[in-house]
Design a protein around this ligand. Structure first.
Ligand code: FAD
Length: 391
């Protein structure tokens, strides 16, 4: 098996040493995965297909992996052995088709590389990546239906998707969306025959290995404004978020209320901000200095985690909810914290609450930062995350 894989990708791109296997047994979650039998770094779709066919002969599991920025044990072996397939060598833009307003890139490209190349040509993808967007891959984002930067207006990575190239478990290479047809462009997902992209959206790589991704393009914004409002009452705040979200004007909207509005001209963007200000007034909020919104949304960096301190270990669960249901989830979260208040204080667990809009829904992330190496704190935050996930 090892010899066969080395024949496919070359000896430089297969590792079996324990240091490499150990490094690849982790993502950004506090949990550790298992050691794979080997780490393999293919360069082409054909190599991926050959690896899948070879693995099938011995029923060897394959663990596909992008940048491993997942917070919840993805892209790591969940049982000992198997092939850890690192897709980050497949990181080129293949086509920016301005005519069909689409971009096709290899699945292992980072959002950072994709967006900086697109921006040079005056385009962007609207949704421009999840939290660690600079380093995570577009294949990973489609595989977990990632949301965040640009999601209030453009939705998730799967909402800007036009089609995929996928190596399915038999080792065959298929295309989805309009490019499933040999002579069609990659310009639409539906309407030129059935589309099978959906089965690979949020599949965590179970149904196949994405090798190419085509996304919609929008003109890169010329003007950006940040908005921020203060609320004393949660019902009012959620009413305001709900109404603002319904218009799909702001590219980003987060809880408690701040966001970003972007577009082609000052006049258009100012008019949109004016409407959002009016919605805010109607719900009784106070317009405030937008410094926090700017910090989070301008540079797209998670600066506030180091500010929050001690990010030794970090547990989080993503919960997508209808916007107005946030209150009952918030109350539930507060009750769970109350029940564990003694342990939280004793072990210096730092709970926080983070939520942002993805079109008609809200993505709620209760998070827990704990001191480095504190086993009790780690166990406590794992218990609380499990209670939330099972609720
Ligand atoms: C600080 C921080 C903040 C975060 N914020 C957000 C956020 O705001 N929104 C959000 O959605 N996520 C967030 N995440 C989680 C994570 O960054 C995203 O889920 C990201 O899209 C994962 O991409 P990745 O390339 O790292 O994929 P990985 O973590 O490597 O993989 C994720 C899953 O996709 C599969 N996979 C990866 N590539 C492929 C492929 N080419 N073909 C088939 N399967 C594949 C893997 O097997 C795995 O199951 C955050 C993480 C951190 C550390």
């Amino acid at each position: 098996m090892l010899d066969e894989i080395i024949m496919i990708v070359g000896p430089d791109y297969v590792a079996t040493d324990v240091e490499t296997l150990y490094a690849y047994s982790m993502d950004t979650s506090p949990e550790k995965g298992h050691l794979a039998e080997m780490v393999v770094r293919p360069r082409t779709t054909e190599e991926v297909a050959e690896i899948v066919k070879a693995a099938n002969q011995t029923k060897t599991p394959i663990w596909p992996r992008g940048a491993a920025t997942s917070l919840v044990m993805m892209g790591v072996p969940l049982s000992p052995g198997g092939i850890l397939l690192d897709l980050t060598r497949m990181n080129e833009i293949l086509e920016i088709d301005e005519d069909s307003m689409s971009v096709t890139a290899e699945a292992g490209i980072t959002w950072s590389k994709l967006e900086s190349e697109l921006n040079k040509r005056g385009w962007y993808t609207g949704f421009v990546g999840p939290g660690p967007g600079r380093s995570s891959t577009i294949g990973g984002a489609v595989s977990v239906a990632s949301v965040m930067y640009g999601s209030a207006k453009y939705g998730s990575a799967c909402d800007i998707l036009l089609g995929l190239e996928v190596v399915i478990p038999t080792g065959e290479i298929i295309r989805t969306g309009s490019s499933a047809l040999k002579r069609a462009f990659r310009h639409c997902r539906y309407g030129i025959g059935p589309d099978s992209s959906g089965i690979f959206c949020g599949d965590n790589g179970i149904f196949g290995i994405k090798t190419q991704v085509s996304f919609k393009l929008y003109p890169a914004p010329e003007v950006t404004r940040f908005i921020q409002y203060g609320y004393k009452n949660l019902d009012n705040l959620l009413g305001c978020l709900h109404e603002m979200a319904s218009y799909r004007l702001a590219s980003d909207l987060s809880f408690p209320l701040y966001g970003k509005v972007e577009g082609p001209t000052e006049k258009l963007v100012d008019a949109e901000v004016e409407l959002l200000d009016k919605i805010n007034e109607k719900h009784g909020g106070r317009k405030t200095n937008e410094s926090f919104a700017r910090m989070i949304l301008d540079e797209q960096i998670y600066d506030f985690f180091p500010i929050a301190g001690r990010m030794g270990n970090f547990g989080a669960s993503c919960n997508k909810l209808p916007i107005k249901r946030t209150k009952s989830f918030f109350d539930f979260f507060q009750n769970v914290l109350k029940e564990h208040a003694v342990g939280i204080q004793k072990h210096e667990v730092l709970p926080a609450w983070y939520a942002f809009i993805s079109q008609n829904a809200i993505d709620v992330l209760p998070t827990f930062a704990i001191p480095v190496g504190n086993k009790e704190a780690y166990e406590l935050q794992t218990t609380i995350v499990k209670i939330i996930l099972n609720s």
